[in-house]
Ligand binder design. Structure first.
Ligand code: PEP
Ligand code: MN
Length: 255
């Protein structure tokens, strides 16, 4: 389904959370127009505060699935716990494990077991306080349970720095390339927390050898129900893809 062996950069874009049909449709449309194959959208949101928007849950999965079908896009959403794993597997093409669940080993084992037959891709985010070694070892809970189709995702780690939401550890890219055969992508939205930093850090990630980029897009970031400050607009997504093309080519990759 996704051509992992090519030199093509894997681009993934979509809203932090699916909020409505109008919202996901508008984003899916520009994702398609940008030539991107994979639409992201959170349905179950693991929020820091229990009082923040928790996602549309099943309704969100239905809307993401519909947008994927209408626009011919693959879809990815985060699995927050074992309870919703099978339900989510029936709606999307790719599963995501979030930073807060990197060490949820019972979830990882069950995910590996249930996807062993299909080898459904799993985007496995680095815990924001995890070393690279801990992250790679945790990924083996999925692979040793039967699914080797893991895509590692660097999404920023916690440091003393407060100017950005997290600190993007670009070092992780060459380290993972040396230690692992998995692909590594970079989520430049969560890593920075600021929409104006998404483009420069996406360029940097591709230049450093990343196999893909994940970004959050919202038609009206100021009104987003989650992560508006780091979400780029549809026109900015088109600009981003255009800006990344020459960088990809300069390192022997294509978009
Ligand atoms: C997300 O991608 O929606 C998300 C919550 O990211 P992270 O787990 O990296 O915080
Ligand atoms: Mn988000």
């Amino acid at each position: 389904m996704i051509d992992y062996n090519s030199r093509r950069i894997m681009l993934i874009a979509g809203p932090c959370a699916v909020e409505s049909w109008e919202q996901i449709k508008e984003v899916a449309q520009v994702v398609k127009e940008a030539g991107i194959d994979i639409l992201r959208g959170g349905a179950y949101k693991p929020r820091t505060s229990p009082y923040s928007f928790q996602g549309l849950e099943k309704k969100g999965l239905e809307l993401l699935n519909r947008a994927g079908k209408e626009f011919g896009l693959k879809t990815v959403t985060e699995v927050v716990d074992t309870e919703v794993l099978e339900q989510i597997m029936s709606y999307v093409d790719i599963l995501q494990v979030g930073t807060r669940n990197m060490t949820n080993f019972s979830l990882l084992k069950k995910m590996g077991r249930l996807t062993a037959n299909t080898q459904m891709p799993v985007i496995f985010k680095r815990g924001f306080s995890a070393t690279i070694e801990e992250w790679l070892l945790a990924s083996e809970y999925i692979t040793s349970a039967g699914n080797s189709n893991v895509i590692l995702c660097e999404r920023g780690i916690r440091t003393f720095e407060t100017a950005t939401r997290f600190t993007l550890d670009l070092n992780a890219i060459p380290v993972v390339k040396k230690l692992s055969s998995h692909h590594i992508i970079v989520d430049t939205s969560h890593a920075t927390g600021h929409s104006d930093m998404v483009l420069p850090m996406s360029r940097a990630a591709i230049a450093a050898g990343a196999d893909g980029i994940m970004v959050e897009v919202h038609p009206n970031p100021a009104k987003a129900m989650s992560d508006g400050a780091q979400s780029i607009t549809p026109p900015q997504l088109l600009e981003l893809v255009a800006a990344l093309k020459p960088v990809a080519e300069s390192v022997g990759r294509k978009i």
